[in-house]
Ligand binder design. Structure first.
Ligand SMILES: [Zn+2]
Length: 171
């Protein structure tokens, strides 16, 4: 693959040396999309211990990081487990986003799948944050996600049903 530095036209023909549009000297294109198998094999052979070293280092880093976190963020007298720092808010966040999306996209009947997904993720996130508050947070976000998702879900079903009945009556 070659390409023209002036007009960026690409040429598959290796024997072509000049651009057909402007006569500019063609430059060999970086063929990173087709790496030779030779390059793929050599690192595997030479780096047999790489995954072990990698996970070991990651574990050490995690330990150091966790230790530093405790030292830096733990207020005196309060156990780390009772602080909300570092809790997992991913499910409540997903639920909230899904709930808002369901609300916005209710008109297109997307409130049913999005609302159901928001309610489910919100429920899981909420029960997690109740059972293990030291690891999972975002309970209030999860509640908003559940409420938005449920409202969107049922309103979309209502719209669907009335649209269906209206279609029968009108037709
Ligand atoms: Zn050109």
């Amino acid at each position: 693959m070659k390409h023209c530095p002036r007009c960026n036209q690409r040429y598959e023909d290796k024997d072509l040396n000049f651009c057909l549009n402007d006569g500019e000297l063609l430059v060999e294109f970086d063929t990173s999309d087709a790496p030779p198998t030779l390059y793929m094999d050599s690192p595997r052979k030479t780096a047999e211990n790489w995954p072990d070293v990698n996970t070991q280092q990651a574990g050490q880093n995690q330990q150091i990081y966790g230790y530093q976190q405790q030292q830096m963020y733990q207020p005196p007298g309060i156990p780390l487990a009772q602080t909300s720092f570092g809790t997992d808010n991913s499910l409540p966040t997903i639920s909230l986003i899904l709930g808002i999306s369901a609300w916005v996209l209710m008109c297109c009947y997307l409130g049913i799948p999005l609302g159901a997904a928001a309610a489910i993720t919100g429920y899981i996130g909420y029960s997690r944050s109740n059972q293990d508050p030291s690891r999972y947070g975002g309970g209030s976000m999860a509640v908003i996600g559940i409420v938005l998702g449920a409202i969107s879900f049922f309103l979309t079903i209502l719209m669907f049903v009335f649209g269906f009945i209206g279609g029968i009556i009108g037709g």
